[in-house]
Design a protein around this ligand. Structure first.
Ligand code: GAR
Length: 188
């Protein structure tokens, strides 16, 4: 059994998809870590009966609260699902090559600090890109720069809005993220 923790800051649709896909499998979603008290993922976690740790930035960076929680719960891997903060060095070091993120563009395009969620889709449309997609990658000290595990593309259509493009990109996320993470975890 592999024990994973999901970190999420927002709506949590990917977190819900991961939890549902891994139910009754060799992967156990042990806990959700969330830094936003207004995040939709909190309601999803409650409904799906997954324990949540709601934390402040200081808990993550200044103290060892989150690090200690991960260690004491024997978490094997961390999966970021719309998590909007950089992880601190102690967690990166303890979980080297064991932290996976999903990004809603074809990295290295439209990555880096400030590039998340709708900001990414707005930038893709502003630059008249003909395609976008998803990147699933390992996490290191620098935003969106770890080794790429998987990418999938979708077209950008003439009349796309950030919302319509986000819907197409989300569909790719739901299709591929649980499988790519599960396949990767098996190799560890
Ligand atoms: C997803 O599209 C994910 O790729 C993106 O945030 C969204 C979260 O949606 N992540 C980033 O932009 C990370 N830089 P969700 O809360 O519904 O899963």
């Amino acid at each position: 059994m592999q024990r994973i923790a999901i970190f999420a800051s927002g709506s949590g649709t990917n977190a819900e998809n991961l939890i549902k896909t891994y139910k009754n499998t060799e992967i156990s979603v042990v806990r959700i870590f969330c830094n936003n008290e207004n995040a939709g993922v909190l309601e999803r976690a409650k409904r799906l009966q997954i324990p949540v740790t709601l934390f402040k930035k200081a808990d993550l960076w200044d103290d060892k609260v989150i690090y200690n929680a991960l260690i004491s719960e024997k978490i094997d891997c961390i999966v970021l699902a719309g998590f909007m903060m950089l992880l601190p060095q102690n967690i990166i070091d303890a979980y080297r090559d064991k932290i996976v993120n999903i990004h809603p563009s074809l990295l290295p395009k439209y990555g880096g600090k400030g590039m998340y969620g709708h900001h990414v889709h707005e930038a893709v449309l502003a630059n008249d890109e003909k395609e976008s997609g998803i990147t699933i990658h390992l996490v290191n000290e620098i935003y969106d720069s770890g080794e790429i595990l998987f990418q999938a593309k979708c077209p950008v259509l003439e009349n796309d809005t950030p919302d319509s493009l986000a819907t197409r990109v989300h569909a790719l996320e739901y299709e591929y993220y649980p499988k790519v993470v599960a396949d990767y975890i098996k190799t560890l």
